[in-house]
Design a binder for this molecule. Structure first.
Ligand code: NAP
Length: 461
C-alpha cells in the first residue's frame, strides 16, 4: 500500500475542521487538566457535572452542563470520576447508548477489585463502547507540561472504531498511544501506575544483601581482627578501605549474575532437548531484570573507580609510604625494583581500566535511546560478546590483584579468606560453564534447539 496515502488517512481525523466535541464527566483535578489540554488541541469541550455553576478553575472556553445535557453534545465522554461513584451512570444508560466512554480511573491497590474499573464501567453501561486510556498520565504532568518522561498512553478496548477515536485525541495532545488490545488488558494497565520499580526490586535487594554481608565480613577481617590480635585501631577503614572492597566485589558478583541465568537456561534447554517448555518462574524473573542487575553493577564499579582515585591522597597511605622511605634511609638500604610485582601491578590496573571501559560501553548501549538505534544482531553482539569480555577482564583484574595470596596462610584471618576471593566464585562458575558450552558437542545441539529442533517431540504440546 502507498505509504503516503496511509499517512494522509491517519492525519485526516486530526484535521481542525473535523474535531468533534469531547465531553468530560467530573470537574476534579484530572478532568480540568485533561479538558484544558484537549481545548488547546482544538477540540470543543463540555463538562458534565453535578453542579452546573462554572468556576475560575474550569477552562474558560468550556461549557459546564448537567451530565445528561453534556452527554448529548458529544460522541465521546471521558469519565474523570473515581470508580466508587460510577453508580450515577446507571440512570444515564439510555443517553450513553452507543457513546464512547473513556475510563481514566486508577485504584489504590494492585488488583483491588475482581474486575478492572473499565470492565465494571462496561457492565454498568452495556450499550456504550468502553475504552481504557490516560490513567498513567497525571493531572500534575498535564498541567505543568512535564510530560517528557511519560508520553506513552496505554489504550485498550473491544471496539476498534472507539479505540481509534481515543487514539486520535491522544495524538492531538502530542502524546503517543500504545494499543494494548481488548478490554481484558485494562486490569494490567490499571496496575501500571501502582507498581514501584518492579524490575529493580530484586537487583536492589540483592545488592543490599551483598553490601551488608561483605561490610560485616570486611569489618571482622580488617578492623576487629587487628584490634583483637595486634591492638591496632583501623576503624577508619570503614570510610574508604572497606567501601572500596565492597564496591568491586558487588560489581563483579552482580555482573556475573547477569550472565548466570543465560548459562542456566542453556543447561535446562540441553537437558530437556527443547525450547518449547517454560523455564521456572524464578529463572524467567531473573532473566527479565538482567539489565537492572547490570546497571547496579556498573554503579558499584564506578564507585570503585572513584574510591581508587583518592587512594594517593589518603593520610594513611601517605604515612605508610613515608615510613617505608624513612625506614630504608635509617637502615641505609634501597629496596631493589621487583619487576614481577611491577608487571602484576601494571597488568591488574590495565585489566581494570579496560574492563571498566567495556562496562561503561555496555551501560550506554542498554539506554533505550541507543539500543533503539541498533539492530537485534548488533545489540546481541554488544550485550553478549562484549559482556562476556567485560566479565573476563574484570575477573582477570581480580585474579591478578590477589592471585599470589590465594594459597598463603597469612591472608587468612580467623580462617576467613580475603573478601575478593569470595567475589571470584560466581564469575568463575559462569565463565567455566560458558567455556564448556562453547564446545561443538554442546554448542551444536543447543543452536539447533534454539532454532526449534526437539530431541524428543513428546515434550512439545
Ligand atoms: P477528584 O479531584 O476527586 O475529582 C473527581 C470528580 O468526580 C469530582 O470533582 C466530581 O466532579 C466528581 N464526583 C465526585 N463524587 C461524585 C459522585 N458521587 N457522583 C458523580 N460525580 C462525582 O479526582 P481526580 O483526581 O480528578 O480523578 C478523577 C479520575 O481520574 C479518577 O478515577 C482517578 O483515578 C483518575 N486519574 C487521576 C489522575 C490524577 O493525577 N489526579 C491521574 C490519572 C487518573 P463534579 O463536582 O464536577 O461532579
Amino acid at each position: 500500500m502507498n505509504k503516503n496515502s496511509s499517512n494522509i488517512m491517519a492525519l485526516a481525523p486530526n484535521s481542525p475542521n473535523k474535531r468533534e466535541t469531547v465531553c468530560i464527566f467530573g470537574t476534579g483535578d484530572f478532568g480540568r487538566a485533561l479538558g484544558h489540554k484537549i481545548i488547546q488541541a482544538g477540540y470543543p469541550v463540555v463538562f458534565g457535572s453535578r453542579s452546573t455553576q462554572t468556576s475560575s478553575l474550569i477552562p474558560k472556553d468550556a461549557e459546564v452542563l448537567s451530565h445528561a445535557e453534556a452527554a448529548q453534545k458529544a460522541a465521546i465522554i471521558i469519565i474523570a470520576i473515581q470508580r466508587q461513584h460510577y453508580n450515577f451512570l446507571t440512570p444515564l444508560a439510555e443517553i450513553l447508548h452507543g457513546k464512547v466512554l473513556v475510563d481514566v480511573s486508577n485504584n489504590l491497590k494492585i488488583n483491588q477489585y475482581p474486575e478492572s474499573n473499565a470492565e465494571y464501567l462496561a457492565q454498568l453501561v452495556p450499550g456504550a463502547k468502553v475504552v481504557k486510556a490516560f490513567n498513567t498520565v497525571s493531572a500534575w504532568a498535564l498541567q505543568s507540561g512535564t510530560l517528557d518522561a511519560s508520553r506513552q498512553v496505554f489504550v485498550c478496548g473491544d471496539d476498534m472504531g472507539a479505540k481509534q477515536m481515543v487514539m486520535d485525541i491522544v495524538r492531538a495532545l502530542d502524546l503517543t498511544p500504545l494499543d494494548q488490545g481488548s478490554l481484558l488488558a485494562a486490569q494490567e494497565i490499571e496496575n501500571y501506575p501502582l507498581q514501584l520499580f518492579p524490575m529493580w526490586k530484586f537487583p536492589i535487594l540483592l545488592s543490599l544483601g551483598l553490601t551488608t554481608f561483605f561490610f560485616f565480613y570486611c569489618l571482622t577481617r580488617d578492623v576487629i581482627y587487628p584490634y583483637v590480635y595486634e591492638n591496632k585501631d583501623f576503624s577508619f577503614f570503614i570510610v574508604i578501605s572497606i567501601p572500596n572492597r565492597i564496591c568491586p566485589i558487588s560489581a563483579l558478583t552482580l555482573l556475573a549474575l547477569v550472565y548466570f541465568p543465560g548459562v542456566l537456561a542453556a543447561i535446562i534447554q540441553l537437558y530437556r532437548g527443547t525450547k518449547y517448555l517454560r523455564f521456572p518462574d524464578w529463572l524467567d524473573k531473573w532473566m527479565l531484570c538482567r539489565k537492572q542487575l547490570g546497571l547496579v553493577a556498573l554503579a558499584f564499579a564506578s564507585l570503585h573507580v572513584l574510591y581508587t582515585l583518592v587512594i594517593p591522597i589518603r593520610s594513611f597511605v601517605r604515612w605508610r609510604i613515608s615510613s617505608q622511605i624513612i625506614s630504608q634511609a635509617l637502615n641505609n638500604e634501597t629496596e631493589p625494583l621487583n619487576t614481577t610485582n611491577a608487571w602484576l601491578s601494571d597488568s591488574y590496573l590495565a585489566l581494570g581500566i579496560l574492563g571498566f571501559f567495556l562496562f561503561v560501553l555496555l551501560g550506554i548501549t542498554s539506554l533505550p535511546s541507543v539500543s533503539n538505534n541498533v539492530n537485534w544482531r548488533e545489540f546481541r553482539f554488544v550485550q553478549s560478546k562484549l559482556g562476556y569480555l567485560t566479565l573476563i577482564l574484570c575477573t582477570a583484574h581480580t585474579l591478578v590483584y590477589g592471585g599470589k595470596w590465594f594459597l598463603s596462610p597469612l591472608s587468612y584471618r580467623w580462617y576467613l579468606p580475603n573478601a575478593y576471593m569470595l567475589s571470584l566464585i560466581v564469575p568463575c562458575i559462569v565463565l567455566v560453564v560458558k567455556f564448556v558450552l562453547i564446545f561443538p558437542c554442546l554448542d551444536k545441539p543447543l543452536t539447533r534447539i534454539r532454532q526449534g529442533w526437539e530431541r524428543n517431540p513428546q515434550y512439545s504440546e
